[in-house]
Design a protein. Structure first.
Length: 437
């Protein structure tokens, strides 16, 4: 008997991806065949997990829904369901505007979705997932929601207050994933450093990472989406002393001007930001810091922007992304500030900032020539094995390319010592260091 196929399409961040992977495990256990991220329907049913963070992400989600809605109208799809952040935020409006969708669900409303498929949620599988990443790494979500009050951010409106997952549940999930072959964990949350305050009345991220590091089979732990205010000092010690905790930290700083930081309600100052970065670099040799910056926030002056450019030149971030401010309805910014910077000015500032970072990235890449790095192989692409060092997170950071030849057989998911021989603006090229060489 042919099993019904359900296409799961995930848009947005890695936190959404984890939600999709958990849903896929439940659907698979219910007897369906599941595919992930088909651009057009392959099966009889499709579930689109949407993003609603900023304007571009919302537009992408709407376009994907419309694409599948058209496929349904043409008879290529029987049922279409939509969940995730966009659906959570605009449930009523979407139901009216896109009637081809059979049902819209909130971000965490998996049980009703399963019931509408004629199945029920299996509590025994709550830590299990169908990984959509390469088998050797996984994203590990340790909390939901956010208690920060950044003026521009709609995430708390969508996901609600911060809710930490119990530590033992997280550790059980790590052990399960290790048993499935996972070696590398990208620890994610809307805001990592708040972890534990609601459950344990104190910041517990350092304790969680220490206990994760003790689990046999965990070879790399990488931390994403930290917050600069009230940064837990103990975490610096954990990153420095635990060899399987990557010398890497993703910490969104957004700006450096005290004027803009205050308007953003970031609860951190320029001086405190500089102090934290210096402390991280002094106490953790070789740490690679990734950050995200915003340009064009309401009333950002040319002086504020020049201050931001100076900051980027001085700090020389190992990894940096940037984006232009987008007003989000319901946020403090939308209610209290005027979005008074023209879009062309925002784009010009964004281009200037990223041009500075591109030059820095090229220089930092060239500084690695001649060094030996531990590299994990993610995939084969054309004439190259594509890998990453501990300083590189999947999809967002530089990669290490190793040329294939008949005498070199590397295995995906395995670690190799690689000597860097050349560098481009963002990617590195290297040769595997053989034992007898």
């Amino acid at each position: 008997m042919k099993r019904t196929t359900i296409d799961i399409v995930t848009l947005g961040c890695s936190k959404n991806l984890v939600d999709s992977e958990r849903l896929m495990r439940q659907i698979k256990a219910a007897g369906y065949h599941v595919t992930h991220d088909a651009q057009y329907p392959h099966g009889e049913i499709a579930v689109i997990n949407t993003c609603g963070f900023i304007g571009d992400a919302k537009e992408e989600s709407i376009n994907m829904i419309l694409r599948f809605a058209q496929a349904k109208e043409e008879g290529n799809l029987k049922k279409l369901y939509v969940m995730g952040c966009l659906s959570e935020r605009y449930l009523k409006e979407l139901s009216i505007e896109i009637p081809q969708v059979d049902k819209f669900y909130g971000k965490f409303d998996w049980k009703n979705l399963l019931q509408d498929l004629g199945k029920s949620y299996d509590e025994r599988l709550h830590i299990e997932r169908v990984l959509t990443t390469p088998a050797h790494y996984a994203y590990l979500k340790i909390s939901e929601g956010c208690n920060r009050t950044c003026a521009y951010c709609a995430i708390p409106i969508i996901t609600g207050h911060h809710i930490s997952r119990p530590m033992e549940e997280i550790l059980d999930e790590v052990r399960y994933l290790v048993s499935q072959g996972v070696k590398e964990f990208q620890v994610i949350a809307q805001e990592l450093t708040y972890y534990g305050i609601d459950l344990y009345k104190k910041q517990m991220l350092p304790d969680l990472i220490e206990r994760m590091a003790d689990i046999p089979g965990v070879e790399w732990i990488r931390l994403h989406y930290a917050y600069p205010a009230h940064f837990p000092e103990k975490l610096i010690k954990v990153i420095r002393e635990r060899p399987n905790v990557c010398k890497y930290l993703d910490i969104a700083l957004q700006h450096i001007s005290d004027n803009v930081l205050a308007q953003m309600q970031r609860h951190v100052t320029k001086a405190e930001t500089y102090h934290l970065i210096r402390k991280l670099r002094e106490e953790i040799p070789d740490i690679h810091i990734r950050t995200t910056l915003m340009v064009g926030f309401p009333s950002e002056t040319e002086e504020d922007f020049e201050e931001l450019k100076k900051f980027v030149r001085e700090i020389r971030f190992d990894r940096m992304g940037a984006f232009a401010y987008s007003e989000e309805e319901g946020t403090y910014s939308a209610q209290h500030y005027i979005d008074n910077i023209p879009q062309e000015v925002k784009e010009k500032r964004l281009d200037e900032l990223m041009a500075i970072q591109t030059q820095i990235s090229a220089e930092l890449g060239k500084s690695k020539i001649g060094k030996q790095l531990k590299v994990i192989i993610d995939r084969i692409e054309g004439d190259y094995y594509i890998g990453r060092s501990e300083f590189d997170s999947p999809e967002v950071d530089p990669e290490v390319l190793i040329e294939r030849n008949e005498n070199l057989q590397l295995q995906i998911g395995h670690f190799y010592p690689v000597k860097i021989v050349s560098a481009e603006d963002f990617d590195l090229y290297g040769n595997v260091v053989l034992e007898n060489s």
